[in-house]
Design a protein around this ligand. Structure first.
Ligand code: 6PG
Length: 479
């Protein structure tokens, strides 16, 4: 058995297979392993000519095929299957070897696995990989966590196979220790959900309020994609909207069941944000919108509920409305990213990861699902000021929102008046208005809490905690 492979990939479903091919196409010798050997043989048969592969049929042969320290990438289902594969390989490894998990693992699992393997001298590198099957093959955005030592060995290879941003920078960075990479990938997916929801709302508003057809909306998106909204998701939205179903001749979007699926990373983003106390309302609305869509029986039972009388727009008004929707979409997008970056900053603080937010924006510029021209500006904002309290504190973004806000509000007025749900747009605007508010009703909330539970409150005019004797003479005592 040759011991020359620089990297091994175990788990050769579509993502694993394409990552293995990507390594090989970039000149690396790649050991291959899969639970059922037929997948390994198929890869060699179809793509063996693309580079140097070492097919193996057992965990022992796979590990023996790798040069030391061994770099072993596992691309299997998150959860129990990942633990099983780690156990299978770990017993065969030596101190200094690396296991790289490129699946969408929960960062808490990654922290546990990293700790357990570290005790045995093995580096565990939980790595976010984004870009779908095409990205895996041609260059994904890669978000590795783990030790600095493992990145020194692995980083150059990941840089080679990763996407490159327009300025040529590789879309990979050492995000931080243990679970930092998977955490950042989780938030990437949360932002992906929010982006998709906002685009969906823009589509529905253009259709139901402005009376545009899917083909016309595809054209609108194509135009938007030449401006500040330039992004992969806007680009593919135009493709999906202009697609016509071959069987019926109807727009494709009209023959697809309107119940969105989710594998769970968006939900995790919200669950963790709740634990960290970070308001990610835009991402949460996106997750809730998907779950609401799936409640078929509830929706059926509610379909007859009263709504407003339809008020069709004239042509000039509809054209102006489309421009307003672009403003609303852009402003809401800034808010979703603001919330996502806040969550990364909070996670970084909580777990001591020291994540460089500018670097995160930088590696999302290419390869990943949320890649967008706009991310270069987020990178610039954090590069100019690493401790930016929020993206909304950046002068350029603040000015853009100032310019967009009238239209943003008008779009929500129209949506509300015509009964078209736009929870993402609305949550983003509410977040913006809440952040900039002089006073929030939280003061009243504190009063209520103190009234029914003696939970105490703090005052604006002096330090300390206080309680009012609500049931007595209503005098105030220091708590
Ligand atoms: C990516 C994607 C990828 C996948 C997710 C989201 O970054 O390449 O985010 O990880 O598409 O699993 O899928 P769901 O919509 O099913 O959660």
């Amino acid at each position: 058995m040759s011991t020359s492979a620089q990297i091994g990939v175990s788990g050769l479903a579509v993502m694993g297979r394409n990552l293995a091919r990507n390594f090989a196409r970039n000149g690396y010798t790649v050991a291959l392993h899969n639970r059922t050997a037929s997948r390994t043989h198929d890869l060699i048969k179809e793509f063996g000519h693309e580079g140097d592969f070492v097919p193996t049929e057992s965990a022992e042969d796979f590990v023996a095929a790798l040069e030391r320290p061994r770099r072993l990438m596992i691309m299997v289902k998150a959860g129990a299957p990942t633990d099983a594969v780690i156990q299978e390989f770990a017993r065969l490894l030596e101190p200094g070897d690396m296991i790289i998990d490129g699946g969408n693992a929960h960062f808490a699992d990654t922290r546990r696995r990293e700790r357990e393997l570290r005790e045995r001298g093995i580096h565990f590198v939980g790595t976010g990989v984004s870009g779908g099957e095409e990205g895996a093959l041609h260059g994904p955005s890669i978000m590795p966590g783990g030790s600095t030592e493992s990145y020194a060995s692995l980083g150059p290879m990941l840089e080679k196979i990763s996407a490159k941003a327009k300025d040529g920078a590789p879309c990979v960075t050492h995000v931080g220790p243990d679970g930092a990479g998977h955490f950042v990938k989780m938030v990437h997916n949360g932002i992906e959900y929010a982006d998709m929801q906002l685009i969906g709302e823009a589509y529905q508003l253009l259709r139901d309020v402005a009376g545009r057809t899917p083909a016309q909306i595809a054209e609108i998106f194509r135009t938007w994609n030449t401006g500040r909204l330039d992004s992969y998701l806007i680009e593919i939205t135009a493709e999906v909207l202009s697609h016509v179903d071959a069987a019926t001749g109807a727009p494709f979007v009209d023959v697809v069941l309107d119940q969105a699926e989710q594998k769970g990373t968006g939900r995790w983003t919200v669950q963790i944000a709740l634990d960290l106390g970070v308001p990610v309302s835009g991402i949460a609305e996106a997750v809730f919108a998907r779950s609401l869509s799936g409640h078929a029986a509830l929706r059926e039972a509610s379909r007859g509920l009263a709504g407003p009388r339809p008020a069709p727009m004239g042509e000039a008004e509809a054209a102006a409305f489309a421009d307003r929707v672009e403003q609303a979409l852009y402003a809401s997008k800034i808010v979703s990213y603001t919330q996502g970056f806040h969550e990364i900053a909070a996670g970084s603080e909580e777990y001591g990861w020291h994540i460089d937010l500018g670097k995160v924006a930088s590696i999302w510029r290419g390869g990943c699902i949320i890649r967008a021209a706009f991310l270069d500006r987020i990178r610039a904002a954090y590069d100019a000021r690493a401790d930016l309290p929020s993206l909304l504190s950046d002068k350029t973004f603040a000015q853009e929102i100032a310019d967009a806000q009238d239209d943003w509000r008008e779009v929500l007025v129209a949506a509300t008046r015509q009964g078209v749900p736009a929870p993402g747009f609305a949550a983003a605007l509410a977040y913006y208005d809440a952040l900039r508010a002089e006073r929030l009703p939280a003061a009243l909330t504190q009063g209520q809490r103190d009234f029914f539970g003696a939970h105490t409150y703090r005052r604006t005019d002096r330090a300390g905690s206080y309680h009012t004797l609500w049931g007595g003479d209503r005098s105030e005592v220091e708590a």
